[in-house]
Design a protein around this ligand. Structure first.
Ligand SMILES: Nc1ncnc2c1ncn2[C@@H]1O[C@H](COP(=O)(O)OP(=O)(O)OP(=O)(O)O)[C@@H](O)[C@H]1O
Ligand SMILES: O=P(O)(O)O[C@@H]1[C@H](O)[C@H](O)[C@@H](OP(=O)(O)O)[C@H](OP(=O)(O)O)[C@H]1O
Length: 338
């Protein structure tokens, strides 16, 4: 039996405090609108947002038919990776995306809808800091109409056209207030390159320009793995796909308090890693064993949103995605250098 949930949804978040709409949505028992959704389609008259259940899963609605079908195919292909002739590439890709369980049908507002059930990347985090970063200068797919191309090319202009990156939304917990601060796509649309850098620092809770380096280091490690994969894969083009970066501020705060090597402002005194600004190289992990802690449990970098994933045309690298990814890596590397 469907039950009535009164759900607070943030439809148009401002740069500090959200304008919150009170919507009443009929959802099946055991499901709620996802509290920590920071971007993408949310509940309104025209669309559904993501749901969460009580078992650490999120349910993403299929959305527009062509988009939904592509995303469903993408996840189902990955599920069958062992049997694919591309298993050597698809199996590692699985570790870069949320665990996918199955397709489920649920009634929302008395109408049946199809959802993709997958792992909630924020599950178990007390104070999840979440940033959605859309990757690539080109965020329209080969089937896009002229109008869709034009619209996409005009958005997030000063950031997306230079870095191949944009921020459609994020939330961050800080030392100053106990509630998460939410930033909307309107905030993201006003960013230029410098604003993007500052936004990443803000998201990481940088203090006087200094970040908690083990956190940045772990994010970089995961980004490097994704980049390594993109440097060899020629199966897919990922248009309008995002990287979701998630970390638990609660864990970070506790970790900082416990650790003797920290200064009064709580920022690590561990020396910097050895940065080489050549794109084909990585930080030298062996030189920084102190960074390889249990941190991996509370920091996640995963690829999400595969509604515009297409097979490559000439078995070429996805240079559009790689360009954005390289720039993102550089922004994090700069933070390690400080
Ligand atoms: N597996 C997941 N775990 C946790 N949060 C998730 C997960 N998948 C999506 N989200 C949340 O939902 C948001 C939107 O996800 P996604 O980009 O897949 O939706 P969308 O509606 O297709 O977006 P768009 O409007 O950009 O096409 C993300 O920014 C994130 O906050
Ligand atoms: O970043 P913004 O300004 O929110 O723009 C949205 C974003 O580009 C989404 O990826 C897109 O959904 P699709 O991926 O489904 O195309 C959506 O199209 P829509 O409004 O037609 O749903 C856009 O409005």
């Amino acid at each position: 039996m469907p039950s009535l949930y009164s759900t607070k949804m943030s439809s148009k978040l401002t740069n500090v405090l959200s304008v919150v709409e009170q919507l009443e949505i009929q959802l099946p028992a055991g499901f709620a609108a996802m509290e920590t959704q920071v971007a993408g389609h949310t509940f309104d008259a025209a669309s559904l947002g993501l749901l969460q259940d009580n078992n650490g899963c999120v349910l993403k609605p299929l959305g527009k038919p062509e988009c939904g079908e592509r995303e469903l195919n993408f996840y189902e292909n990955l599920q069958l990776a062992e049997k694919s002739e591309d298993s050597n590439l698809l199996l590692p890709l699985r570790s870069f995306v949320p665990k996918y369980y199955k397709m489920v049908k649920l009634f929302v507002n008395n109408r049946q809808h199809t959802f993709l059930k997958m792992e909630d990347l924020t599950n178990g985090m007390r104070k999840p800091c979440i940033m959605d970063i859309k990757v690539g200068k080109r965020t329209w797919d080969p089937m896009a109409s002229e109008q869709k191309r034009r619209v996409e090319e005009q958005k997030y202009l000063r950031c997306k056209q230079v870095l191949g990156l944009c921020v459609p939304g994020f939330q961050v917990y800080t030392y100053a207030v106990s509630k998460a601060l939410r930033y909307s796509k309107e905030y993201g649309k006003n960013l230029d390159v410098d604003g993007f850098r500052k936004t990443i620092a803000l998201f990481l809770n940088a203090q006087n320009g200094e970040v908690f380096k083990p956190l940045v280091f772990e994010i970089l490690k995961q980004l490097y793995s994704i980049r390594d994969w993109f440097k060899v894969q020629t199966i897919y083009n990922f248009y309008a796909s995002s990287l979701l970066i998630v970390y638990d501020f609660d864990y970070m705060e506790k970790h900082l308090k416990q650790n003797e090597t920290h200064t009064n402002n709580g920022i690590s005194q561990i020396p910097n890693g050895n940065i080489q600004n050549n794109h084909s190289t990585h930080f030298n992990l062996e030189k920084c064993p102190e960074y390889s802690t249990s941190i991996v449990k509370w920091v996640k970098v995963k690829m999400i949103d595969f509604a515009h994933v297409f097979p490559t045309e000439n078995q070429s690298l996805d240079t559009n995605y790689i360009f954005g990814l390289e720039n993102l890596i550089m922004v994090f590397e700069e933070l390690m250098e400080r």
